[in-house]
Design a protein around this ligand. Structure first.
Ligand code: DQA
Length: 144
């Protein structure tokens, strides 16, 4: 069974309460439960991880080396700033899908730049929480 690691960056633990008009009303737990359920249906093992700390996200990515078969990541604010998260992802030789709840290109100019998009296999932005499910459903196609 392929193992997919889903990483959520800073402030995504506040989903549901945080700017719901932008990020929706689902909580992170709702999203993680839906991902695990869909993973079960698709025959994919799903592990989820959230941290507000850049170094913890870097360490989690490092630990995925040789363990995860694919990564879905919403680096949240670190999308726009973190060379460290980017460098850690470059360690991995598995498909990476970048997900954003909002369409970052419709928002402030500082959100238009992603440190991850050119090393990810694909990016989904603007589909809300469904973007994570789309990423999970699409990931297996990247193996063939
Ligand atoms: C986000 C977009 C980022 O710009 C922002 O900092 C986030 C969430 C999104 O999912 O739309 O925290 O990654």
């Amino acid at each position: 069974m392929k193992k997919i690691l889903v990483i959520h960056g800073p402030n995504l633990n506040m989903l549901g309460k945080r700017e719901p008009e932008i990020y929706g009303r689902k909580t992170l737990e709702d999203i993680n439960t839906a991902l695990k359920d869909r993973g079960r249906e698709l025959g994919l093992g799903v592990e989820t991880f959230q941290s507000n700390f850049e170094g913890e996200i870097v360490e989690k990515i490092q630990q995925a080396l040789g363990q995860a078969d694919g990564v879905i990541i919403n680096p949240a604010a670190y999308t726009h700033t973190s060379v460290a998260v980017r460098d850690a992802l470059l360690l991995l030789d598995v498909p990476i899908i970048e997900v954003h709840l909002s369409n970052i290109y419709k928002r402030e100019p500082f959100r238009h730049k992603s440190m991850v998009s050119d090393i990810a296999a694909a990016q989904l932005a603007g589909f809300g929480d469904y973007g994570y499910i789309m990423a999970l459903e699409a990931l297996p196609r990247l193996y063939s």
